[in-house]
Design a protein around this ligand. Sequence first.
Ligand code: 16G
Length: 238
Amino acid sequence: MTNVHKYERVAAKIRETIDSTLSENDALPSERELMSIHGVSRLTVRAAIAKLVDEGRVYNIQGSGTYVGSKGMFSKTLKLTSFTEDMTNRGHVPSSRVLQAARVSATDAIARRLNIPAGGACTRLRRLRLADDDPMALEDVYLPEDVLPLEELNLGRSLYAQLADRGFQIHRAEQQVRAMLLDDESCGLLAVPAGSAALFIERISSTRRGRIVEFARTMYRADRYSFQLGVARENGES
Ligand code: 16G
C-alpha cells in the first residue's frame, strides 16, 4: 500500500474519532501517540493531520499540539482553490444557483481590477453557492470577455475548470478579506437572519503569465466560515 493511501486511511480514522468522541477545541493525541495507535510513521501522521487542517477539521498551535476545529464551520486556508474544490475536498456536494449571467460593460472600478479599459466587455456571473443544498456563499464574478465569453460559459460547471480548459489556469490571486453586513436580499438568499454579517473576500486572480482573468467578490456566511492563516516573523526578528 502506498503512503498516499495510508495517510488517507489514518485521516479517516481520526475524523471518526473526532466525530464520535471529541468536542470543539479538544486536543488530538500527540504525534507519537497517533503513530502508535495507527502503527504508522511520523511522516504519515503528519500528512494525515495536514489533510485534516486543509479540511478545516483541526488546527495546529505550534509547540502545543493539534486541536479540533469548530464543527459545522468551514475554514478557508491560504491555498488557491475553487468553491467546487473546497467543498469536494471536505466531502460535500457543491452546487450553484445562477442569479445572473450577463455580458456587461466594466465600470471604472471593475475595469481597474481586471486591468482592461473602462467600459470594456465582461462576463458577469452571480451565483448562490451551496454545499449539500445548504446556501454557503453569494458570489459575483467578472471576467474579461475574451477570457470567457457569455456564449461559451457553461452555467452548470466549475468556473475554474472551464478557465483551465481554455488555457487560463489560475496560478495566483490577491485577496482582501473583511467583514460586511448583508442586505435583506442577501440574507434571504443565504437563509440567515436579517442583519447578519458575512465574511467578505475579494479576489483578483491571474495566470502564471500574469494575465488577470477574474475579479470575484464572495460573501460567505459568517456562521459557517472562518479564515485560517499562518503568520510568521520576518527573518532576523525574534
Ligand atoms: C472561489 C473563489 C472565486 C472563484 C470560485 C470558482 C475564493 C475567495 N473565491 O469561490 O474567486 O470564482 O471559487 O468556483 O475562494 P468554481 O470553480 O467552483 O465555479
